[in-house]
Design a protein around this ligand. Structure first.
Ligand code: 5RP
Length: 231
């Protein structure tokens, strides 16, 4: 499907999800192009008087929120969020996900874990049988990153260091690096997530296990909302 059509799917999924926000809610705000559409729709509601406060998952999202007049919070003043909204790179049939294509995976996971319900907005290309076609982002600390690379090689994980357009290693908002790992099909995502977290120097992986409550999919001109009944 063309990028234009996929963008339209993101846009209609995002607009439908923005209607789920109720007055007075505290919400999590993900990162990426789909969430930028969501913030546009939410911003339009805020301009009409909707009261909402959000915790952003990246500096980029904070900037968009300010442009849209969406009030920001942080975890110093809130323990629980009503809803968190985010995009995804892949979602499998068990609602497990690969995230972090936009580099914000750690903050996204913290925010998703603090929400009563997590709403994921995607275009139809993101739905897969098994995760793994999309390279799995793994955030690692800068100090001694060569040791993490050696460990990955030793256990047979193929990766590339994420780079900027200027040929420098990409640095996350947390000051870390990202290894994009070519895994092939990930048949046991939970076991893989655990395995990666046990490697010293790994901050976290982009495997989001059982964190999605509602999947909002733009498909053609329609929006589908799927509930994760396992949660
Ligand atoms: C950022 C993410 C994004 O949600 C994911 O990359 C999807 O992005 P987009 O909405 O641009 O397709 O995980 O870290």
């Amino acid at each position: 499907m063309s990028k234009k059509k996929l963008d339209q799917e993101k846009q209609i999924a995002a607009a439908a999800a923005a209607e789920m926000v109720e007055d007075g809610m505290k919400i999590g705000l993900g990162t990426g192009s789909t969430i930028n559409y969501f913030l546009e729709s939410l911003g339009a509601r805020v301009k009409k008087g909707l009261k909402v406060q959000g915790i952003p998952t990246s500096e980029r999202t904070s900037v968009v929120c300010r442009e849209q007049g969406i009030e920001l919070l942080d975890f110093a003043s809130v323990e629980k969020l009503d809803l968190a909204f985010d995009g995804a790179d892949e979602v499998d049939t068990d609602f497990n996900m690969i995230k972090g294509g936009g580099g914000a995976l750690m903050r996204e996971k913290i925010v998703a874990s603090a929400a009563d319900r997590v709403v994921i907005l995607v275009d139809s290309s993101k739905q897969v049988e098994n995760l793994g076609s999309f390279p799995l982002p793994v955030e690692i600390i800068k100090f001694g990153f060569q040791q993490v690379e050696r460990k990955f090689k030793a256990v047979g994980i193929d990766y590339t260091m994420r780079m900027t357009d200027y040929g420098q290693p990409y640095v996350t908002d947390n000051g870390n690096y990202i290894l994009d790992c070519t895994m092939g099909e990930i048949i046991a995502p939970y076991a893989m997530a655990e395995k990666l977290k046990l490697i010293t120097g790994v901050v976290d992986s982009g495997l989001f296990i059982n964190l999605c409550d509602v999947l909002v999919i733009g498909r053609g001109k329609n929006v589908e909302m799927l509930e994760n009944k396992r949660k």
